[in-house]
Design a protein around this ligand. Structure first.
Ligand code: AMP
Length: 105
């Protein structure tokens, strides 16, 4: 079964998309926990950080590079938070990895 983020990627459900390339999509979090709250999501369905493989190295680098670029574009390089929740007991609700980018600047 595809994740809610795959449904967003496939335009089966709407979302506020702020960036997209061939391997990554960035959306606004529907329930923002900061002034800026974006989710950087690989199009490849990887359930949790525990499922990462050596071959995902470039994808992870690209996710962080996009986070850095967005922070520059949004003029929040002075302070922002990047985090992954990992597993249901690590506050992960959607089992499709995503990097939270948050800032109150
Ligand atoms: P996590 O707890 O790390 O799995 O984070 C999942 C995040 O996805 C939460 O911050 C939710 O608010 C957000 N979220 C869930 N459904 C949607 C949606 N349809 N569009 C945008 N964000 C969503």
């Amino acid at each position: 079964m595809s994740s809610i983020f795959t449904k967003i990627i496939n335009r089966e459900i709407p979302s506020d998309i702020v960036f997209e390339n061939e391997s990554i999509i960035v959306i606004k979090d529907i329930f923002p926990k900061a002034k800026i709250h974006l989710l950087i999501i690989p199009k490849k369905e990887i359930a949790t950080i525990n499922d990462l493989q050596e071959t995902d190295k470039e994808l992870l680098f690209d996710m962080f590079s996009i986070a850095k670029k967005l922070a520059q574009d949004l003029q929040i390089t002075e302070g922002y938070q990047l985090h992954f929740n990992v597993g249901p007991k690590g506050w992960q609700e959607v089992m499709h990895i995503h990097l939270h980018l948050m800032s109150d600047l």
